[in-house]
Design a protein around this ligand. Structure first.
Ligand SMILES: *[C@@H]1O[C@H](CO)[C@@H](O)[C@H](O)[C@H]1NC(C)=O
Ligand SMILES: *[C@@H]1O[C@H](CO)[C@@H](O)[C@H](O)[C@H]1NC(C)=O
Length: 777
């Protein structure tokens, strides 16, 4: 009896202990709902729950249980639960452009986790020209996303990032979200960020077991106009030449899919040459799925399918749904397919097979994320705790990224860096100085920390005084007297000007390139009355025409800091006081205001001298930029030389006949006809010696361009072919080896989009240094 009572007591107390232990876990981290619970006898026998089987087989098995209507309901971004199969609902739409974001529908910040690390807006990270950094940012975001999922605050792990459209026009409100105007940079960004976010290795080895998250390259394709003078992305028809398509608009998507193994691309709102991209069989199926080998799903931009009917491209909702599903789109970010696919099937314009194809791609992806493997806590990523979000390591990375991107545009008489003890009082002026919000751009999440440039500068100079000067970046209300008063009274003036999300954002392109409102007036007045030349810090995504500041000797230094993320205030202060040597380079051309006479709707990259069309980007723009692509100085200087071991000729061992371009004596070889064997044998490398000639250590991106001996017939004036970021101590030198493939890096796109390699001289260019290399046969 006694022993029984004891036993009873023991069971009771251990149960109580378990309950007490379990309690905090239950309260603080409920975890996500999950399919294939091994404890659920009614679902665990399903073949789709058997983790030993291939994901594709499991996806097919799950489909076999679904009615047509259930299948259709799974094709919207809110995919409902299927209780009889133990399948919870799934939210496809989440965002993670530069940190896990609350802009989608799948992630909530209202539980244990209330913030996520806010890395710099992409345009600034791009300015580092450092793929290793981009990879680590993607990786950190993937870890934070899993941690948020693990505590039950995410109903999905599909992130519709990155945005790798070409920043074609300086007025584009979403240019800030992109890696800039250069197709090679955008391609390398796509590859590095996607590998990081999906949990693959930096060199592309797939993560064993589940994808960490699924990344999505958007917006496919030739999408880079939001809303300009009444012309909207929702109905814009982008007229794109085959040549521009091949060497400008498509490369980032191709790289995302082929090298980055991105598991999703998103078709865009706009039409390309008359056809809405989500209804373009050629773009979706022939190009992305078949030619590039997309292994994943194709999502629509949100509401894009509705618009195919709404804008009259399709005559009925059913026809719109049939168009997109037959073209190869899989998942509708809307409920349009869910509403109209059933009647499209009944009308006979859409088959069950079309629905099955799309559904298979969607379900197989959910399998690959491990969402049908039972308790997600048991997955390899299931033990990533909330402490990984906003961790010291991730905040350190956010600071490193902001530092790495900041571009020094002007530094007359070495005004910068400031010597801390010498600055007895600091006058901070401008609407962008004391806002944490402006630092984090768009597609942001709640940042972990609240910091502003003004707040950080106060830690450097005790006597720091602030005048906002204007109400906001719009600056339609300037407090000139206060600005002048402060400028007169302090030792050093720093102005924080530029743009904000009311000037450039999704749905809002600019019409001007100059600084808004009275900003120029404020800056000029402050400079006029200040004791010493002033420092101008610009927070902008897109470029601004600041010719006045470039030419004004009383504006001694200009710094571009993009939207630098939550650690950006500190990074700027560190740059101003010389604790970090700036090494960023502009990822876009800074055009003059006169560029605004070019219609934003003109998609052509190449100049057309006959009509005065100046062309776009450093590759084709024939005007004089304010600052050119790749520009950026630092507190030291670097010299370059091509090393003797750099190849001087490339022998094309082919019996293939070269072709001539009309009116040209230059012979060219067709890349496709040369074939991958011949091309593969042509690889060579260029070695560039780089020396830090100054007295301060720094990180420095080395940009390698190629140019042709002529820029006729649509050849770019030059073309970035590779870049590497090196860290050099004062006086230190190093050799940077660039592996190159002539077929890839020295080729060019013809009018019809085919690629050719010109015979004869090509030039590799670093800074002002050139190296000739001849293609002979
Ligand atoms: C967070 O928001 C979601 C969706 O609005 C809601 O269902 C959930 O109960 C909220 N959680 C908390 C802890 O407030
Ligand atoms: C050129 O190619 C031919 C046939 O493939 C081969 O026999 C020859 O050795 C090659 N010549 C050189 C210089 O590589």
């Amino acid at each position: 009896m006694g022993s029984r009572g004891e036993l009873h007591g023991l069971i009771f107390s251990s149960a109580l202990l378990l309950l007490l232990l379990a309690q905090p876990l239950l309260v603080f981290s409920a975890g996500p709902p999950f399919a294939c619970d091994p404890a659920n006898p009614s679902t665990r026998h399903f073949r789709f729950c058997q983790t030993r089987l291939p994901n594709d087989e499991r996806a097919s098995d799950l489909m076999s249980y679904l009615t047509l209507d259930e299948k259709i309901q799974q094709l919207g971004h809110v995919a409902p639960a299927i209780p009889r199969l133990g399948v919870p609902n799934y939210k496809w739409w989440s965002e993670a452009l530069h940190g896990v974001s609350g802009w989608g529908r799948g992630v909530r910040f209202n539980g244990t986790i209330t913030a996520a690390t806010s890395f710099p807006q992409v345009i600034l990270s791009a300015a580092s020209f450092n793929p290793d950094l981009w990879y680590r940012i993607g990786q950190a975001i993937g870890v934070e996303a899993r941690a948020i999922y693990n505590v039950g605050q995410a109903e999905g792990l599909t992130f519709w990032s990155p945005n790798v459209n070409i920043f074609r026009d300086p007025r584009w409100g979403r240019g800030q979200e992109t890696p800039g105007e250069d197709p090679l940079t955008a391609s390398k960004y796509a590859v590095a960020f996607v590998r990081g976010l999906q949990g693959d290795s930096p060199t592309g080895e797939r993560r064993p077991q589940q994808l960490m998250t699924s990344a999505c390259c958007k917006h496919y394709t030739a999408y880079d106009l939001d809303n300009w003078k009444g012309i909207s992305r929702f109905s814009f028809n982008a007229l794109v030449t085959a040549q521009d398509m091949e060497d400008t608009y498509q490369p980032p998507f191709k790289s995302c899919v082929q090298e980055g193994r991105g598991t999703c691309i998103m078709c865009s709102y706009n039409r390309v040459n008359g056809v809405p991209t989500c209804a373009d069989f050629n773009l979706l199926t022939l190009q992305a799925r078949n030619a590039w080998g997309l292994d994943g799903y194709i999502a629509s931009d949100c509401g894009a399918v509705d618009l195919i009917y709404g804008n009259g491209y399709a005559k009925s909702p059913e026809e719109a749904v049939a168009n997109v599903l037959k073209s190869g789109m899989d998942l509708d970010c809307s409920d349009f397919v869910q509403k109209h696919a059933g009647s499209a099937v009944r009308r006979g314009i859409l088959s069950q097979g079309d629905i099955d194809r799309a559904l298979f791609n969607a379900l197989a992806l959910r399998m690959r994320l491990g969402l049908f493997n039972g308790n997600p806590r048991k997955l390899p990523a299931g033990n990533i705790p909330p402490s990984q979000v906003c961790s010291k390591q991730h905040l350190g990375l956010a600071l490193e990224a902001a530092q790495a991107g900041i571009v020094l545009l002007k530094n007359a008489a070495n005004l910068l860096p400031l010597a801390r003890p010498k600055v007895t009082s600091l006058g901070v002026i401008g609407p962008n100085a004391d806002s944490g919000y402006v630092l984090i751009g768009n597609y942001n999440g709640p940042p972990c920390t609240a910091s502003t440039p003004l707040g950080e500068l106060k830690n450097y100079v005790a006597d720091t005084r602030f005048v906002r000067g204007c109400n906001s970046a719009a600056c339609d209300n300037a407090a000139i007297n206060a600005v002048v008063g402060l400028a007169r009274s302090v030792d050093q003036v720093v102005l924080f000007m530029g743009l904000d999300q009311d000037q450039e954002r999704e749905g809002l392109d600019r019409v001007d390139l100059v600084l808004p409102g009275s900003q120029q007036h404020i800056i000029t007045k402050a400079a006029k009355y200040a004791k010493r030349p002033v420092i101008l810090v610009l927070l902008t995504g897109g470029p601004v025409d600041i010719t006045f500041a470039k030419n004004d000797p009383r504006i001694g230094a200009i710094v571009w800091a993009g939207y630098p993320g939550e650690a950006g205030g500190l990074a700027i202060a560190q740059v101003l006081f010389g604790e970090h040597n700036p090494g960023g380079k502009l990822p876009v051309t800074w055009y003059p205001q006169e560029f605004t006479r070019v219609p934003m709707t003109d998609m052509r990259m190449r100049a057309d001298p006959a009509t005065g069309y100046p062309g776009r980007s450093y590759r084709f723009y024939t005007g004089k930029p304010i600052y050119e692509f790749g520009y950026g100085i630092s507190y030291t200087s670097y010299s370059y030389k091509f090393e003797a071991e750099a190849a001087t000729s490339i022998y094309l061992n082919t019996s293939l006949a070269p072709r001539t371009t009309a009116n040209s004596h230059i012979l060219s070889y067709d890349i496709a006809s040369l074939g991958s064997d011949t091309c593969g044998n042509l690889k060579f490398s260029a070695t560039v010696g780089v020396k830090n000639q100054g007295s301060m250590a720094g990180r420095h991106p080395v940009l390698l361009f190629s140019r042709w001996s002529s820029s006729e017939h649509g050849r770019p004036m030059k073309q970035l072919v590779d870049f590497q970021s090196v860290h050099l101590e004062a006086g230190e030198s190093t050799k940077v080896v660039f592996p190159l493939s002539p077929c890839e890096h020295l080729s060019r796109a013809m009018d019809d989009g085919t690629r050719v390699l010109d015979k004869g001289s090509h030039y590799l260019v670093v800074g002002q240094t050139e190296h000739e290399i001849r293609v002979i046969s």
